[in-house]
Design a protein around this ligand. Sequence first.
Ligand code: S3P
Length: 164
Amino acid sequence: MRNENLLFIGFMGCGKSSVARALALDLKRVFFDSDDLIELKFKLSIKEIFQKYGEDFFRKEERLLADFFAKTSNAIIASGGGFYKNANLKEIGKIIYLEADFDFLKNRLSKDELLKRPLFSDEKHARALFEERIDKYKSLAQQIINVENKSIETIKDEIKKGLI
Ligand code: S3P
């Protein structure tokens, strides 16, 4: 049987990449990370892509990936925090939202991690973006997992229970 993709969504810092990668190893599935794929394509960091080409350019690259993901199966996919905006999201697979409060996410990201994220450089702006997005993340998700103070093992177990 072909397994549907698992697509991780959620705000910056919620652990989409770490959880998706760990789960892909456990379940012996292919792992994709939308940010990593875009960085590889242009040989530039996300920050550099935003600076050089702008956000709209980056979103178009995310759209290309969304179209590609919708045609695949068996993969575990970590997406960037704004990837949820793609119109065909539900065609990609099961959507899992990793949920946490803004302050938890902010405190978890190191200075270096914050600097990598152009949309987190201004805290006020990031908080407004978070408020704007949370209801959308929730309404798109088939599984919602609160990740605050949980280990990757615990989060993986919760996801696996939802797969049965
Ligand atoms: C973004 C989140 C980032 C990255 C880009 C834009 C967003 O990914 O795609 O900086 O719009 O929330 P992470 O959620 O992996 O940090």
